[in-house]
Design a protein around this ligand. Structure first.
Ligand code: NAG
Ligand code: NAG
Ligand code: NAG
Length: 264
């Protein structure tokens, strides 16, 4: 190839790459692209609220996606955890109300929300420690969620009812919860990843439930905030939030997430 020809080819390539296929430049701080949230914990995060009638706050929206068990994105709909929390019948959780509420309150800035359900019913904090199935599954799903772009904006965490059955389970709770938060951030290589946790609304024993709540409310790690579910309506099983309560919780979580995203 002669020098002139080479120059011409280079020029064409340059023009092609810079004009024709240059991707739309996104401001690095923008909330466009996929804003990914991980949902983890136990049954009240997975959802046990009645699916009928479906509240308007939980309707599907083309801008809300869900990473399914096959690690593929699809349009999200309740029950979000149906192929993750597979040993129980899933219902309404906070996830769709959370995502719809964010879009309603900040739709101009927020592009698409990607939800990564990881919660499994009746799981104690020991079962969530590093090396266990739940921890590994969360990390694997979070990594898969990032494969075609987007940013993980936070973890929504609601767990602890399974640690309210005896004193031994309560005693180690705070330390194990902190360790879980630190380890998950470290393994996701997101040391400042915001975590929004929920302080219990219910448990198996009132005294122990108060002790677990105290541990949750006392966690003082940077970028870990706590939403209090106490007082939200509980079903007749005395453990699970009603659909209405899950919707309210979803909106509370959205408020906390938007506060974090203000700084982005
Ligand atoms: C926590 O859950 C694990 C796994 O389900 C179980 O083996 C263990 O006995 C539980 N731990 C306590 C302290 O209840
Ligand atoms: C908290 O997270 C936000 C968003 O990722 C980040 O900008 C901020 O620096 C973090 N703050 C702390 C104290 O880690
Ligand atoms: C909680 O458990 C303790 C110890 O077993 C028991 O003394 C107490 O009555 C229980 N409290 C409730 C409200 O169930």
């Amino acid at each position: 190839m002669g020098g002139g020809m080479f120059f011409l080819v280079c020029l064409m390539l340059l023009a092609h790459s810079s004009i024709l296929v240059r991707p739309k430049k996104l401001n690095d701080n923008s909330l466009e692209g996929k804003n990914i949230f991980i949902l983890a914990g136990q049954s009240n995060m997975a959802g046990r609220g009645s699916l009928v009638p479906m509240p308007s706050e939980c309707q599907r929206n083309p801008r809300i996606l869900r990473l399914n068990a096959k690690l593929t994105w699809e349009e999200a709909q309740e029950p979000l955890h149906q192929d993750i929390d597979i040993h129980k019948t899933c219902g309404i959780g906070p996830g769709m109300a959370f995502a719809n509420s964010i879009l309603e309150r900040d739709s101009a800035r927020v592009g698409v929300i990607g939800l990564v359900p990881c919660a499994v019913g009746a799981t104690n904090i020991t079962a969530w420690q590093r090396g266990g199935f739940l921890f590994n599954q969360l990390v694997e799903r979070a990594q898969a969620a990032l494969r075609d772009g987007g940013r993980i904006r936070g973890i929504l965490w609601y767990q602890g009812e399974s640690n309210t059955d005896n004193l031994e389970n309560v005693k180690g709770y705070k330390g194990k919860l902190e360790t879980f938060f630190k380890d998950i951030r470290s393994d996701l290589k997101l040391p400042q990843l915001p975590i929004i946790q929920v302080a219990l609304a219910s448990g198996q024993n009132a005294t122990y439930t108060e002790m677990v709540r105290k541990a949750q409310l006392e966690i003082k790690l940077p970028n870990v905030t706590c939403i209090d579910a106490k007082g939200l309506q509980i079903q007749s099983d005395k453990l699970h939030l009603t659909t209405e309560a899950e919707v309210r919780l979803g909106k509370m979580l959205a408020g906390a997430a938007l506060k974090i995203m203000e700084h982005i």
